[in-house]
Design a protein around this ligand. Structure first.
Ligand SMILES: Nc1ncnc2c1ncn2[C@@H]1O[C@H](COP(=O)(O)OP(=O)(O)OP(=O)(O)O)[C@@H](O)[C@H]1O
Ligand SMILES: [Mg+2]
Length: 251
């Protein structure tokens, strides 16, 4: 059984940070190799996990389109896509990562897009844990690139507007009939002196988690450094680990 975690929220609230620390925590806690899916066209999950960017599924799709949707002789199309996706899968320390990249372009490439999505689905089945970092906003929900997930973490920063945006994302997920086992609100960058403050309950969410602001997370990001060396004692790391462990128990 695969346990899938999707991370959503408006721009710049800390989605990728949350996703990267979740990948690290799940591996360190369980010993399993985690599949990280970077579903943001402005991909940077790999960078936060300390890997160089590889080929994106978007570029594979472009290549398939330029072949007129025909695979090379002697290969079926699913075999060819499977082979390409294996090339696109990058191995990191405790995780493998696949990067969706940009998928826009003229015309309807639904056939190829659906095939690629199916390949990601079948890839996911091989892992115990999958963590998906989504693009900002709600587009991905409307396009249904997220169809089902055990846990949806919606990240908000301290602002009232961010919590409102998180609630809209939660409502849209219901309207789009996305199957979500557990909806969790993350109040990111909360005051460092108040580890458990500001949680309580929020309508539309099954649980609420506070993640403290961390000067080290901010500094690593400014220096474009990965979060692979972030100590587990860092306040953001320990709060994210706690949130992930608590939803693993209830989802
Ligand atoms: N708990 C935290 N403490 C301190 N800084 C944080 C925390 N979480 C995120 N940040 C910082 O906030 C900025 C935005 O974080 P991040 O890139 O994770 O957001 P995002 O939601 O993925 O953004 P985008 O919408 O552009 O994809 C980064 O500089 C990051 O280091
Ligand atoms: Mg991001």
């Amino acid at each position: 059984m695969t346990f899938t975690v999707a991370v959503a929220g408006k721009g710049g609230v800390g989605k990728t940070t949350f996703a990267a620390i979740t990948v690290r925590h799940l591996h360190e806690r369980t010993g399993e190799v985690v599949l990280a899916v970077d579903a943001d066209p402005n991909s940077n999950l790999g960078a936060k996990l300390g890997t160089e960017p590889g080929r994106t599924l978007g570029s594979i799709r472009e290549e398939l389109m330029s072949l007129g949707e025909e695979p090379p002789p002697g290969m079926s199309k699913p075999e060819y896509i499977d082979y390409q996706v294996k090339l696109a899968l990058k191995e990191g320390h405790g995780f493998d990562i696949v990067t969706m990249g940009r998928q826009e372009g003229p015309g309807c490439y639904c056939f190829v897009n659906n095939l690629l999505r199916n390949v990601v689905d079948s890839l996911s089945a091989k892992y115990a844990y999958v963590v998906v970092d989504n693009e900002a906003g709600m587009e991905h929900l409307s396009r249904r690139t997220t169809k089902a997930t055990d846990v949806l973490f919606v990240v908000a920063d301290g602002s009232k507007a961010a919590v409102e945006a998180a609630r809209r994302i939660s409502t849209l997920a219901d309207e789009m009939k996305i199957r979500v086992g557990h909806k969790a609100l993350v109040r990111n960058m909360s005051d460092p002196s108040s580890a458990d403050a500001g949680t309580g309950t929020v309508e539309g969410f099954d649980s609420v988690h506070a993640v403290r602001r961390s000067s080290r997370v901010r500094a690593d990001s400014e220096r474009s450094e990965s979060l692979m060396d972030l100590p587990r004692t860092d306040p953001a790391f320990s709060d994210i680990s706690r949130a992930v462990d608590s939803v693993r128990r209830v989802a």
